[in-house]
Ligand binder design. Structure first.
Ligand code: C5P
Length: 405
């Protein structure tokens, strides 16, 4: 049976040069068994004719908000309810801005506001427009609201420039649609994550800790759920709400975290160590509160177990992803850690006074794997998490399809 049989896709086309590729996308979606209803903006009609799209989809193309004949047949509200997925390809910078601000001044933006269906955008624009802070902010807002961004890809552009902003090719968009409607890129996979700091007790009231807020790990947990995975999150002490559909296990010390992870790791496909685990703990926890008496107090610290190294060294190790927070040369140190800990992937970031990382809502990461790297520029942690999940899914898939072939 074709992969999209019975699925109803509302394909929105906005006015950019990549609109000509929408014809191929309609053909591919229909061939995969989907019912496709095309909705075009007025500007899209300058790049591709409704006649072409009607012929390929077998349905009259909807364009205006105030067309009595169409409204009588299926009103825009009925159309909004009809869709299993609203896919907008290409989505221009202007359309992203409209959506981010909740404007509803044409049929397509009205449908997006009126629909409860998931919305996926395939952005396509000049690379400077994509990198413009206004577009970056709009994209962040949309991702935060749960809207999916498929792309953009990087490469040569119709305007003669080169960079991020190309629409993902129709084949790629078909793949994302199939993955999404069959449950997400990580459908059925089991994730185990660690997040937050650990607290290593000195006495009953004091501890050795660190500045990790847990925000990145929690954003990742949420993004994994959205990608269709089952998620267990072992969290150190943080003040963050548990994302929906995440099974959270609270721990305090590195030893507690180690135990919680090792009890569950055999059941997981992918392990992500996002926690800032204390490398050392006080050798003894003093039973009663230490009184101030002497001018100096020496704390004897001993090494904590390295949780992620233990996970990655298991005979049936899951796909293992670590983080490396560094105050200098993040890429060099992270790659050393990736190799020493035998990780499939590591995400490096700069921390410290000026560079962000801990406690902030934004971050930038350099992701490294065997023979490759990818820079994820400064963005809200939720948007960053979504991109990192995409990379993890891609490399997990590559590793296991290579092993099974
Ligand atoms: O060696 P470093 O602490 O910089 O490595 C960071 C990575 O190792 C993170 O993924 C962190 O969660 C993990 N880690 C661990 N157990 C430790 C220390 C770090 O799992 N004791």
């Amino acid at each position: 049976m074709p992969k999209l049989t019975g699925k109803r896709i509302l394909l929105g086309i906005t006015g950019g040069i990549a609109a000509y590729k929408a014809a191929e996308l309609v053909r591919l979606l229909c061939k995969a068994g989907a019912d496709v209803q095309v909705v075009m903006t007025e500007a899209a009609g300058r790049f591709i004719t409704p006649m072409t799209l009607q012929a390929l989809s077998g349905r009259p193309v909807r364009q205006g908000l105030f067309d009595p004949a169409y409204e009588a047949a299926m009103s825009h509200i009925e159309l909004a309810r009809w869709a299993d997925l609203i896919l907008i390809a290409p989505a221009t910078a202007d359309f992203l801005a409209h959506l981010a601000h909740g404007l509803a001044n044409d049929l397509l933006s009205t449908l997006c506001l009126a629909s409860e269906a998931p919305i996926a955008l395939a952005p396509a624009m000049n690379q400077r427009m994509w990198l413009n802070q206004a577009t970056v902010d709009n994209a962040d807002v949309l991702v935060k609201r749960g809207i999916l961004l498929w792309g953009p890809a990087a490469g040569e552009q119709a305007c003669g420039e080169s960079g991020p902003g190309r629409m993902v090719e129709p084949e790629g968009l078909l793949g994302s649609t199939v993955e999404f409607l069959s449950g997400g890129v990580l459908a059925g996979l089991r994730m185990l994550l660690t997040a937050g700091p650990t607290r290593e007790p000195i006495d009953p009231v004091r501890f050795v800790g660190n500045r990790s807020s847990g925000k990145m790990g929690f954003a990742l947990a949420k993004a994994f759920v959205l990608a269709g995975a089952r998620v267990e999150l072992v969290s150190g002490p943080v003040s963050l709400p548990t994302p929906s559909r995440v099974n959270r296990i609270d721990v305090e010390t590195a030893l507690d975290m180690e135990q919680a992870v090792m009890e569950r790791v055999a059941e997981c496909d992918i392990f992500v160590g996002c926690a800032a685990v204390a490398d050392y703990r006080p050798e003894i926890m003093v039973e009663q509160k230490i009184k101030k008496s002497d001018e100096r107090l020496a704390l004897q610290l001993i090494r904590n177990p390295d949780i992620i190294s233990q996970v990655a060294a298991l005979p049936e190790a899951p796909f293992s992803v670590g983080f490396a927070a560094e105050t200098e040369e993040p890429e060099t140190y992270a790659e050393q850690k990736r190799q020493a800990k035998r990780l499939d992937m590591i995400a490096a970031n700069l921390v410290g006074a000026a560079s962000g990382g801990f406690e902030r809502d934004e971050n930038a990461l350099t992701v490294l794997w065997d023979g490759g790297r990818c820079d994820l520029p400064m963005a809200e942690k939720e948007a960053l998490a979504e991109r990192l999940v995409g990379l993890i899914a891609e490399h997990y898939e590559k590793k296991y399809s290579a092993e099974n072939s």
